[in-house]
Each structure stands twice: as structure tokens, then as C-alpha cells.
Design a protein around this ligand. Structure first.
Ligand SMILES: [Zn+2]
Length: 259
């Protein structure tokens, strides 16, 4: 079975509050994660995933793509040097309306304000091979918007990136939220791939506009990342392998006894 996983990170810095721990991955931890991935998994770009889905050609077994959502300034300061040193392909999804400002949509939910990337930083990273995708203009819950407003959010973020970088083929739904109409607007806008936050493995039969991703929490230790990769789940726990193998054993026993 040829399957691949897409990982989702957010901020790469030390969290300022306990609530941020989910979204802010300290640079030393990010380095450990990527160094392990580099050694043990084939790391692929979204370009490679797009080509594989379009041509129904196989990716290397267990391939993993790295994505970072929102476009936080720490992606430039902390993630970029690590991605460059380890030569890891990565895609950053930009909330274009907040570039050069702060993460206002998060501040509204009580998170401390945090600077976002500038276009100059985006352009510099792009020159070094970091890929960029769109994540709307203002990070809304797309299915809750009027159709015209949702379409404008999708299209305007694509245009802003195209103006600066020449092209923009990938999209990530804010909060992972979308419905069939949103999916169709993303397709109409001309995106080739779109990432959700539904967890699980992807395979060649997956809708390119509803790709699954695994959320890597900022406080995930390496063993938790390994578990998420192995089981294709967001829920890492010490009991997970035990539960998984107990379930498989039960299934086997059932198959034997029903013969
Ligand atoms: Zn986001």
C-alpha cells in the first residue's frame, strides 16, 4: 500500500503561555523532529504529491511532507535555518492579510500577539526553495461566510501570493474547516491541492482538494511524532500501540473462530 502523510506545524518558537504549547514548537524540538524524519522517512514536496496524484504514480513508501500554517515570523527566524541546514522541503501557508502585522485572529481568542512574516522574508525564503501556499486573507471559518465573501477570501490570498512569487497552487483551509461548496470554490480558483486538518494517511485515491494532515503539537516529543507517523493519527499515547495490537489480535481471533 503506497501511502503518504502531510505534517502540520504552526509557530516554531518557545511558547509564551501554556495555551500556546499546542501551536508553538521550540526550535530545538523542531530540529530533533526533522533530523529524525530526514534519517528515517522519504521527505517530499507538495509538488511531488501533486504530480503523483495527477499521474497516479507512486511516491516512495511512507513519504512525508512538512507544512507550516499561518505564516508566523518565527518561521523565518527559527524554522528557515533548520529547513535549510537539513535540506527539508517545506510549504508555508500564508494568511496574506496579516503579513507584516500580528496574528490578530489568534489574539481575539486570547493568545499573546505574535509577529507575522513580512513579504521580504517570504521572498527570501522562496528564493531558497521554500514553497508557499494560501491560507485566506483573514483566517475566517470559511463555511460560516456568505459565498461571495468566502470566494473572495480564497481568491484574494491566491492573487496576493501570485503577485509576489509568480504562482500559488496550494491552499490550506483555516481551522481545517470546509464543506463541498468551499472545496469547489478552491478548485474554481485554480488550486491544485488543498490541505484539511482531517487526520490520517493519504493515498493516490484521495481528493487532491481534501488532503488529510497530521497535527504535530508544539509539545510533541519524538516518540509522539513517531507514533503519529506510524498510526496516521493525531492522538499519540503510550497505550496506543497496545490498543492497536489488541484490536488486531481480536480481529484475528474473530476470523479464526468464525471459520
Ligand atoms: Zn491557520
Amino acid at each position: 500500500m503506497r501511502r503518504f502523510l502531510i505534517l502540520m506545524y504552526h509557530m516554531i518558537r518557545v511558547p509564551k503561555t501554556p495555551e500556546e504549547a499546542r501551536y508553538a514548537c521550540p526550535p530545538a524540538r523542531f530540529y530533533r523532529h526533522l533530523a529524525w524524519l530526514k534519517k528515517h522517512r522519504p521527505l517530499v514536496s507538495l509538488d511531488q504529491i501533486e504530480a503523483a496524484l495527477a499521474e497516479q504514480s507512486a511516491l516512495p513508501e511512507g513519504a512525508v511532507a512538512v507544512t507550516l500554517d499561518d505564516g508566523h515570523a518565527d518561521n523565518y527566524q527559527n524554522a528557515f535555518p533548520i529547513l535549510r541546514e537539513l535540506q527539508v522541503p517545506a510549504t508555508i501557508f500564508l494568511t496574506t492579510g496579516y503579513l507584516g502585522r500580528t496574528n490578530l485572529w489568534m489574539a481575539r481568542s486570547g493568545f499573546p500577539p505574535s509577529p507575522m512574516l513580512s513579504w521580504e522574508q517570504v521572498e527570501e525564503m522562496h528564493r531558497y526553495g521554500i514553497a508557499f501556499g494560501a491560507h485566506t486573507v483573514t483566517h475566517p471559518r470559511l463555511p460560516e461566510l456568505a459565498p461571495e465573501a468566502a470566494k473572495a477570501e480564497i481568491l484574494a490570498s491566491k492573487r496576493a501570493i501570485e503577485e509576489r512569487l509568480g504562482s500559488c497552487r496550494y491552499f490550506a483551509y483555516p481551522y481545517g474547516l470546509f464543506d463541498p461548496a468551499c472545496r469547489d470554490w478552491v478548485k474554481e480558483a485554480g488550486f491544485a491541492l488543498a490541505c484539511s486538518t482531517r487526520s490520517g494517511f493519504n493515498h493516490l485515491g484521495r481528493d487532491p482538494l481534501a488532503l488529510h494532515r497530521i497535527e504535530v503539537r508544539g509539545d510533541d516529543a519524538l516518540w509522539q511524532l513517531k507514533q503519529k507517523l506510524k498510526f496516521g493519527t493525531n492522538q499519540a499515547s503510550l497505550a496506543l500501540p497496545l490498543r492497536y495490537y489488541a484490536h488486531r489480535l481480536k480481529e484475528k481471533l474473530r476470523a479464526w473462530t468464525s471459520r
